[in-house]
Design a protein around this ligand. Sequence first.
Ligand code: PMP
Length: 370
Amino acid sequence: MNDRVVNFAAGPATLPLPVLEQVQRDLVSLPGIGASALEVSHRSPWFEDVIGEAEANLRSLLVIPDSHHVVFCQGGASLQFSMVPMNFLRGGDRAAAYVVTGSWSGKALAEAEKEGTARVAWSGKEAGFVRVPTDDELAGALTEPAAYLHVTSNETIHGVEFPTTPAAPAGVPLMADASSDFLSRPVDVAAHGLLYAGAQKNAGPAGVTIAIVRDDLLARIPDGLPTVLDYRTYVTNGSMYNTPPVFAIYVLMLVTRWLTHEVGGLEKQLEHNREKAALVYDAIDGSDGFYRGHADVGSRSLMNLTWRLPSEELERRFVREAADAGLVELKGHRSVGGIRASLYNAMPLAGAQALADFMRTFADAEHVSA
Ligand code: PMP
């Protein structure tokens, strides 16, 4: 037993308990090594195995084709917002196309604009970021050849997610920020030129960012970039040009091992994620309008579920009383307000069930007192 709360934080977020327990056991002294994972050289055979297994697990979980490299960067997904246009827009003669489905894609776009011409292929801003575009809408918007098409597969703040990988026109590489739905479901990696994700939601602790990049794109990178901002540096040096975030990659390796052996892969994980999200969305939809989901049904995120209550006062009380019941971090992001529940891979079904039960009890009490 332990005193852990049910943690709905958006990231850093809840991690699988067996992983935390193993980290705890190994923290002072790794078996056979006699030193902590915090104390071991990145050039040691131990870490070679760790980073090798992390990549192998990612490759098998996501069925990453040989055409794609897996590299581990730092600087979060926010640095990828700059690295993508530095590597693939700077100095070119085509504009980049950005799909803006929420705050994070807006930030990615702003960084691209510093590097070259970036245009908005589609924006959900006017409607309040309640949905993603359809493939037909995207195809209609992408008539000029673009340097690349950038999308955010899941908007962590607004809670809208592409139900499937959006289609990029032939010859236009698809670049995806998958930070908050990485490893939550199978993904067609081959359809991407580049897919990147900060680890701190589904994949591990903060400090490491996974980038999966198609080999032929490397030839487009202009010379003269700062060494650690050039994807080729990571590919050529096995992500060890300089000291990588050893501890974060170690935990990431354990999480991918857990996903592979305990969960049984991403199809299984997707089933669990659907089941968990359905519990909470059903509580929203069955509340007679007391809870109002933010996203349109077809764009609802399985990872970050967002909704409003009839007043901000009720929202504050909801968050407070939920916390008293051990259900924490339910306050929506300050930019949109309301409630946000993040149901990442490591959130157990019982956690989602406890939230759905709490929602019903809270709504019933309000109906009685109203
Ligand atoms: N993109 C998305 C979709 C995110 O959710 C986040 C972080 N919440 C970021 C980018 C920024 O990530 P980082 O803090 O790792 O830079």
